[in-house]
Design a protein around this ligand. Structure first.
Ligand code: SF4
Ligand code: SF4
Length: 217
């Protein structure tokens, strides 16, 4: 009988990792008994992805195309399907699933935070499997005991001072020469989180996401 270790090994072969797991209610899709929330296995993910055919072919959306291929293959191996945050509308409730899993938390700046990657956590997709799996026990939030809360005060334009994301102020800053720090190495507020610093996420990976984020406004 398939166990979690077997599925995690398949994910690890693609430098992916389960960041949370749950039995979704209601099941989504209907035959689903377990939902695995999956993200990059930092820092090993970035060199693996940049060696892929999708990264090399100069076509649009290489990470989305890589994710569709790889997640679909892993899910299919275990009789399931892959689900992505961009599947919609209506979009799958990844934020709610993340909180239900007990391994993601709402940070003081409202973004999800995870013990493994801090504010650099990234949910690439989910595996919806027709298998009943036992998931690890919930873990404490990394925000417990984080007394200085640098996520609230590090942004150079105060985009999180109210606890909500002032996205226009952020984009305006990224258009200026001073915004090159965030554009080149990732959001300073996310980087300042002590849990993010333990992640070891490659700055080039963060720059890739920043270009996608800033280019879509
Ligand atoms: S900086 Fe501290 S309070 Fe803010 S998200 Fe990270 S761990 Fe939580
Ligand atoms: S990317 Fe830079 S400007 Fe935008 S919210 Fe993060 S720290 Fe602030």
């Amino acid at each position: 009988m398939t166990g979690l270790a077997e599925i995690e090994a398949a994910l690890a072969s693609e430098r992916l990792v389960m960041l949370g797991g749950l039995a979704p209610t209601p099941p989504h899709p209907p035959a689903t008994r377990s939902l695995l929330l999956v993200g990059p296995d930092n820092p090993r993910f970035w060199p693996h992805f940049t060696a892929s055919r999708e990264y090399a072919d100069n076509q649009p959306d290489p990470l989305d195309r890589w994710s569709k291929r790889v997640f679909g293959a892993v899910a299919g191996t275990f009789g399931g399907t892959a689900i992505f945050p961009s599947d919609g509308p209506p979009y799958p409730p990844f934020y709610a699933w993340a909180l239900q899993s007990g391994t993601f938390f709402v940070s003081p700046i409202s973004l999800l935070v995870h013990p493994r990657d801090g504010l650099m956590c990234s949910l690439r997709g989910a595996l919806a499997l027709p298998l009943a799996l036992d998931f690890p026990d919930p873990v404490p939030s990394p925000c417990n005991g984080c007394e200085t809360r640098p996520c609230l005060s590090t942004c150079p334009v105060g985009a999180f001072e109210t606890g909500q994301y002032a996205v226009t102020a952020c984009h305006n800053h990224l258009d200026t020469p001073a915004g090159s720090d965030c554009m080149g190495t990732g959001c300073a507020a996310r980087r300042a989180c002590p849990a993010s610093q333990r992640s070891g996420r490659n700055p080039a990976q963060s720059a890739f996401h920043m270009r996608a984020f800033h280019g879509k406004r």
